[in-house]
Design a protein around this ligand. Sequence first.
Ligand code: SAM
Ligand code: SF4
Ligand code: SF4
Length: 338
Amino acid sequence: MEKKLTDALGRPLHDLRISVTDRCNFRCRYCMPEEMYGPDYPFLPREKLLTFEEITRLVRIFSSLGVTKIRITGGEPLLRKDLPQLIRMIASIPSVKDIALTTNGVLLKKQATLLKKAGLERINVSLDTLNNDLFTRLNSRKYRVEQVLEGIEAAARAGLRVKINMVVMKGVNDGEIVSIARHFRGSGHILRFIEFMDVGNSNGWNLKQVISMEEIVSRIHHEMPVEPMKPNYFGEVASRFRYQGSDEEFGVISSITAPFCSSCTRARLSSDGYLYTCLFASTGTNLVDPLRSGASDESIKQLIEEIWQQRTDRYSEDRSLQTGKQKGEKIEMSYIGG
Ligand code: SAM
Ligand code: SF4
Ligand code: SF4
C-alpha cells in the first residue's frame, strides 16, 4: 500500500477547495468591499480560468494523493457558466466521496435541482442577517434576503443537505445571533456562526470586531440552553452544540479564538490554477503552467506531493491574539475561496 501523504506537521491531505471564479454578484463588506471591487477591478479574464477539463484532471490527481472531499467555492460559484457540468465530471471520479458547494444563495432557486442531479450532495448558504436594511449595507444592494431564503428552500426541496453560514461582526449583525438561531432551529438546516476573520487585506479587520465562540454560545444558551457535542470526524472545522433536550444542532467556526490548524487537512485551488496550502497564504504554487505545457499527471502529482510535504502553515494558531495583529500581505478570500 502506498504511504499516506502528510505535511511537515503530520497532517494528511483530505480536502480540496476549488474556486471556480473570482467574480461575485455581492459586495460583502468583509470580503469584497464595493470601494475596492468597483467596475474597473481587474478580475481574471476568461482564458485565465481553469477549464472544467483542467479542474477535473487536477481533482483526479489530488484524489490519488488522498483527497476524498471537494468543495466548490469562489467568488460566487453559481456565476460560473454550466457549473452542474463540472459537478458531474467531478462526481464521476470514484475516489471522490463528498462534493459540497458554498454560495450566497441568490442564484440557487434556479440551479438547485440541476446541481443535485449532477451529483452535488451538500450546500452551504451564507446569510448574515434577516434584515433587508442591513443586508443592503453588508452584503448586496442588488438582492434581498427573501431571495436567499428562497434559494435555501429550493435547495432543501431538491434534496440537498443545507448548512447556513453567518459571519458575526460586533456592532454590525451580532444583535441577530439569537434571532437567526431561532429562525433556523427546527428547520433541518444546520446554522454555523463564523468568527469574523482577518482574511485578505481589504476588509479592515480588527480584533475588536470579533465576537468569540464563547460569547456566541453564551448568548444562545441564555435564551435556549445548549450543550457541546463531539466532533463528527477528525478535522471538522465547526465546534458543535445541541439545544438541550433535542437533536437540533448548530456550529461555530472559531478560527480566531480557538484555531484548529493542527487538524487542517485542506488544500485550496484558485480559479486560475494556483495551489494554496492555507487560507491566509501570501503565495501559491503555479499548477496551470505545467497543466498547459504538456506535463504528465505523474509530474504534477509529484509537484503537489512536494508542496504538501513541506507544508508548515498554522497561521491562525500563530496569530497574535494579544495584539490582534495581522501578519504580512495575504491573498483575498474572493480569489481563493472560503
Ligand atoms: N460567495 C460564496 C459565499 O459567500 O458563500 C462563496 C465564497 S465566500 C468567500 C465563502 C465563505 O467565506 C462565506 O460563507 C463567507 O461568509 C465567508 N467569509 C468571507 N470573508 C470572511 C471573513 N472576513 N471572515 C469570515 N468569513 C468570511
Ligand atoms: Fe461574494 Fe461570498 Fe465574498 Fe460575499 S462572501 S462578496 S458573496 S464571495
Ligand atoms: Fe488551515 Fe491555515 Fe486555517 Fe490554520 S489558518 S486552519 S492552516 S487554513
